[in-house]
Design a protein around this ligand. Structure first.
Ligand code: ATP
Ligand code: MN
Length: 479
């Protein structure tokens, strides 16, 4: 008999029918006559209650039905006697597939800290919290593709190994097959990368954008969704060394079109989560509420589902960087010295404390900041007529700060080359990128959404290490 998934069993009204379920035991309790087994198979946050007659199965077998053991049960679907579920399974046969030594098994049926669960990331898929996150993550991956596909965007796989260091500043992981014990040197005594696998120095990508732009110059609307690597040594709750990024790139889009798309995209994803992940979101919401109890009243975040709806139902505020600086300069926390980084005025790079102040305290809405000083943004952003600011946009969210970074791109060959020279970007090496500005250049725009930042928001989790199955962070690459 084929196994029925527990999610389908719980929705079923085929009372009296015989089914087979398989999964992992969460708990077993009961008395001398009857045992109740809470069984989960990962298909839903909810457990199926299996009712087992002690006389039928014997105490010896039931003793092996421990937390963590895997079992197969054939039985009859019956209306549930207890509350919280409609149906339960009256066991007819019960087989232990894999025993679990409870003395060694680290996952006990009690609340474990998230820090502890990170140390046993190989097992945390078996918890309510992490299985819920994994299902929401999957739903969001699916929604990303469905959003862009429905708009006729073409998904492009951009390279993971790259020889261009366009974003610059030593944040990249080097890729090499050179023998580190015996590094070849050239006449000047420098490392001879001609001897390396690709005949030049290579790194893991920090963004697929530049290659995405090439594709957009023929396909018009493209998006990438791939792994991204940054060796930034920032041990924060919002940075990973390996994360996933979605980068759409659109020909004929100006910055306004870009902002419209970003807002529509984020709202689509959130609506998708509300429509398709309600059980998991409900669970994550109560988890968050429990956690927030320890915080002071004014530091507590909104209830999760309320917060998601709040983003859906509000238009994002759009304002320039300069306007934001004025607001921040005059803000209470700035005047009282409560920001870690004081805002002196125009030119300051905004930290997440400032971004969150704008969103959570000042506007109480998601915010899109535009027109940043060129000095604090990348070389490829389109220069405004003031020659001071660029057509950048950062989308700022409550709890997260920056969730999207994007811009209209500089399509003017001469201006782009001038910016590259100013910023010491090797112009010759980038010949292929510059070619697109020579052959039928068009205005175009794009942005990058950090997938795990999105998941932080949607799941209400506080640490980015908990929304990716196996986080990579400084000094940590276990599993
Ligand atoms: P931040 O200032 O927060 O470090 P950034 O300005 O470096 O971000 P971008 O280069 O614009 O970010 O990257 C685009 C998006 O990728 C960001 O808006 C964010 O959502 C995400 N992102 C950037 N760095 C990381 C990281 N280390 N871990 C996870 N997500 C990241
Ligand atoms: Mn960064």
């Amino acid at each position: 008999m084929r196994r029925t998934k527990i999610t389908d069993v719980l929705k079923s009204d085929a009372i009296g029918s015989e089914i087979v379920v398989k999964g992992w035991v969460r708990t077993r309790r009961g008395n001398k006559q009857v045992n109740f087994i809470a069984l989960n198979d990962g298909s839903t946050i909810h457990n199926l209650q299996v009712v087992a007659d002690v006389e039928v199965f014997g105490e010896e077998l039931l003793r092996r039905v421990t937390t963590g053991a895997s079992i197969a049960v054939r039985g009859e679907l019956a209306p549930s006697q207890g509350t919280g579920q409609n149906v339960e399974l009256l066991a007819r046969t019960l087989e232990v597939i894999g025993d679990c030594d409870v003395n060694e098994y680290p996952l006990q049926p009690k609340k474990h800290s998230l820090e502890f669960l990170r140390e046993i990331a190989h097992l945390r898929f078996r918890t309510n919290t992490f299985s819920a996150i994994a299902r929401v993550r999957h739903a969001m991956i699916f929604a990303v593709h469905s959003f862009f596909s429905s708009k006729g965007f073409v998904n492009i796989h951009t390279p993971i190994i790259t020889a261009s260091d366009a974003e610059g500043a030593g944040e990249m992981f080097q890729v090499t097959t050179l023998d580190l014990e015996n590094i070849p040197r050239n006449e000047e005594g420098k490392i001879d990368f001609k001897e390396d696998f690709f005949g030049k120095a290579t790194n893991l990508t920090v963004s697929g954008q530049l290659e995405g732009e090439l594709a957009a110059m023929g396909l018009a609307d493209i998006y990438t969704f791939g792994p991204t690597f940054r060796a930034e040594n920032s041990n924060t709750s919002r940075h990973l060394a390996e994360f996933w990024m979605i980068e759409p790139e659109m020909a004929f889009y100006d910055l306004n079109d870009n902002m419209d798309l970003a807002e529509e995209f984020l709202k689509y994803l959130i609506q998708y989560a509300l429509d398709n992940c309600s059980d998991d979101l409900q669970f994550l919401s109560s988890r968050l509420e429990e956690e927030e109890k320890n915080k002071k009243a004014d530091e507590r975040s909104m209830e999760l589902i309320e917060k998601l709806k709040f983003v859906l139902n509000n238009e994002f505020i759009r304002l320039t960087y300069s306007e934001a600086i004025e607001i921040l300069k005059e803000s209470k926390p700035n005047k009282k010295g409560q920001f870690k980084y004081q805002i002196e005025g125009y030119g300051a790079d905004l930290q997440s404390e400032h971004e969150r102040y704008l969103v959570e305290k000042h506007f109480k809405k998601p915010v899109i900041l535009t027109d940043y000083p060129k000095e604090i943004k990348a070389f490829y952003m389109k220069l405004n007529d003031d020659n001071k600011t660029v057509r950048a946009m950062d989308v700022l969210f409550p709890q997260i700060g920056e969730i999207i970074g994007g811009s209209q791109r500089e399509e003017n060959y001469d201006k782009l080359v001038a910016r590259m020279q100013e910023m010491h970007i090797p112009v010759e090496e980038m010949w292929w990128y510059l070619d697109t500005r020579k052959f039928g250049a068009v205005p175009h725009s794009g942005f990058g959404l950090g997938f795990e930042r999105l998941l932080l928001f949607v799941t209400g989790m506080g640490n980015i290490r908990d929304v990716i199955p196996f986080p990579r962070t400084p000094k940590n690459a276990e599993f």
